[in-house]
Design a protein around this ligand. Structure first.
Ligand code: NAD
Ligand code: AKB
Length: 340
């Protein structure tokens, strides 16, 4: 069987690190990894080729497309919610125009290869926008079609690009004489806040959870930027990688949606602190809410209904909160900071 070639954009980010790590161990495939920043050496050696460049550079993407036959594109590059709120026009360019560029590359590839190209896309719970805390409390587990009025540029970008993906899969150039030529098989997941033991996030609004954990593991004090009762869904990085790979591998005929919720656990910030303090009793975690970032978190759901993903592609997280912390996050962060 020929070796599959996959393109990963945003490869130097948190998910990119986890995905490349996993694929290089289990994949038997050529990984073409692209990022604006030069890939970390540990990741670089796991890839067939690395490219430092901007997803807004269409000619770079077109050149890449002439040099490789991609089987799947994992399009991870983005500006996350807090950074996007500080640079909204740049965020729109990267998150929307950049995604459009990648979808166009997928069409070109599909035409050249005469087959559908899979396009795997991490969307976010940021697509949701609850108007008040009461609404959030009463909403319970949110389904994919509910509360789609995001209040952040990032959430709006994600919601729109999900629709672009659906368009490229079903309606792209629908008035052409032969619209069937050049198809993209777009599949998205709406991730909750992700927590990795290997990397510390920057630029997100769910970052308070991983920041609290990594600070505790280093013996550093941490002032949490949301209230103790702030509650949103989270997931450990290995489950996020599992979700991307399961969705990628799912038979097309079993999929009933372009984008799926995936859930795992949803502690309040105070519950997170308690968990972390069990492992690091001297952790000095205080709460100093930033009202503006708090408002973003308040607009995100307390929990998501992921029954469609469970039904259509057999999704279930391997790690709930106990296992995420006790079997993955705590031992791995202890190990990470012991080595330094
Ligand atoms: P990250 O910020 O760690 O990584 C993003 C990467 O994209 C960075 O390495 C950055 O250099 C790169 N990038 C940014 N602009 C670029 C450009 N113009 N050209 C090329 N590369 C560019 O983020 P992550 O956590 O790895 O997230 C990956 C994807 O998953 C994003 O689309 C994000 O929206 C989504 N997501 C992440 C989370 C989370 O909690 N981490 C949750 C939901 C969705
Ligand atoms: C962010 O906070 O922006 C991300 C996300 C939940 O999409 N972590």
């Amino acid at each position: 069987m020929p070796t599959r070639t996959i393109l990963i954009t945003g490869a130097n980010g948190e998910i990119g690190h986890g995905l490349i790590d996993h694929l290089s161990q289990h994949g038997g495939m050529h990984i073409i990894a692209m990022d604006l920043t030069q890939l970390d050496n540990a990741v670089k050696m796991k890839c067939h080729r690395t490219v430092t460049g901007d997803i807004l550079d269409s000619s770079l993407l077109e050149t890449l497309s002439t040099e490789h036959d991609f089987d799947t594109i994992y399009h991870l590059a983005a500006l996350l919610s807090t950074r996007a709120e500080r640079q909204p026009t740049l965020a729109h360019r990267v998150n929307v125009d950049g995604t459009l560029n990648l979808l166009e590359i997928a069409v070109t590839q599909s035409r050249l290869q005469g087959r559908e190209i899979k396009f795997i896309y991490p969307s976010s719970i940021a697509v949701y926008g609850l108007p008040s805390l009461d609404a959030k409390t009463n909403a319970g587990k949110i389904k994919e079609g509910e509360w789609l009025e995001p209040r952040t540029m990032y959430g709006i970008n994600k919601l729109y690009t999900e629709q672009l993906g659906r368009y490229y899969t079903h309606f792209y150039r629908q008035l052409d004489a032969d619209p069937a030529k050049g198809r993209v098989d777009f599949r998205g997941v709406r991730f909750p806040g992700l927590i990795s033991a290997a990397t510390v996030p920057t630029g997100g609004t769910s970052d308070f959870a991983p920041e609290m954990l990594h600070a505790a593991a280093q013996g550093k004090p941490y002032a949490c930027f949301v209230r103790e009762d702030a509650r949103i869904p989270f997931m450990a990085m290995p489950d996020a990688i599992k979700a991307l790979l399961l969705l990628q591998a799912a038979p097309k005929q079993s999929l009933t949606r372009a984008v799926y919720n995936v859930g795992s656990f949803n502690p309040s910030a105070a519950e997170l602190r308690s968990f972390i303090k069990q492992a690091f009793p001297s952790a000095a975690v205080t709460f100093a809410p930033d009202v503006k970032r708090q408002a973003i978190v308040d607009s995100w759901p307390a929990d998501v209904d992921d029954s469609a993903a469970r039904r259509d592609w057999n999704w279930s997280p391997d790690f709930g909160m106990d296992r995420s912390f006790n079997e993955y996050l705590i031992p791995a962060v202890k190990d990470r900071y012991k080595k330094r």
